[in-house]
Design a binder for this molecule. Sequence first.
Ligand code: ATP
Length: 370
Amino acid sequence: DQPRPSADAPIALELENAAKRYGETTAVDDVSLAVREGEFFTLVGPSGCGKTTTLRLIAGFETLSDGTIRFGGTDVTGVPPEDRDVGVVFQNYALFPHMTVAENIAYGLNFADPPGGVSDDQRVTELLELIDLGGMGDREPDQLSGGQQQRVAIARALAPGPDVLLLDEPMSALDARLRERLRLQVKEIQSELGITTVYVTHDQEEALAISDRVAVMNAGAPEQIATPREIYRRPATRFVAEFIGDNNVFEGTVRSLEGERATLEVGAETLAIDLEEREVATGDTITFCVRPENLQVGVGAERGGSGGENATTASVESAEFLGETTRVHLEWHGQELLVRTPDPLSGDVAVGFAPEDVHVVAVDRTASSR
Ligand code: ATP
């Protein structure tokens, strides 16, 4: 799972101990992060976690309560937005309704000379091609679909050739189908230009689909910053494990250890898990997760292919038919267990999982270190 751009690419922008407070509210709480040149970096998290405020701090629309922001190594903490070389796109595309598409894009050039010494007209033509709206420069915004309008807004932000593109929920006003198409197009535009991009969304699936790296934010700060794969496979905290994708998160107490394997007491059950090189002692509490797709489900006495280990039973509470798969909510010792199956299920079912399909989220060593 190699990061792209490579880990030694230069840092394009950096927050160091950045904080933003509004009276009693801490919107951004001591955030340090670095975005590499050419990287597609996404801030994702639930409503109110501080994504938009972080983006506005980067743009310069808000001033820091504490900390430093650097662009390419230069301190820009006190620099106003117009001197920061950023292009910004918001949720509501806000194109000028009485200007043509070309005029809207050219408007982005009114504050700057187009890059590469081309004329304004050439630059607008280039950008129209880039956003796949070649020949549509004479239309007015209301003759375009929502997705097309949002691409024009992106072109307008890109017109002066900024170093950094900032996108705040640019797709949230669009329907699901359109969002999926637009996110591919945004990703394409970004990689064609190789422009450093910071993207804000509350949609975890979108974040995974579009980004080189993702910062999962909670209560004003990232809990994990990593590639989408790493975030999905190895969530660093319970919050990340539960926020990204469907998951089953459990706590258990270590009863015995054998090499890489621990035997845990989880409620009334005894389960075996792989420790993933975590240091653990008997008595420790382990928080671990198993993705629904890693749970094998069988009916009656037959068990899924977990080699007999971690075989248990649970009862079906409800099911959601999702087309290619069905997401089934099971009840298991008072906890919810999510599984995915191709077949409808009901009543009591056998559930199993392989010890190596578990990810250890956290180890609480209080008991053993006493
Ligand atoms: P959403 O997805 O709902 O936009 P968010 O993650 O972008 O949420 P922010 O908009 O950054 O979150 O807000 C973070 C916190 O700061 C929230 O509690 C919000 O109420 C508060 N906040 C943001 N802007 C202001 C402001 N101008 N004045 C006071 N509080 C603010």
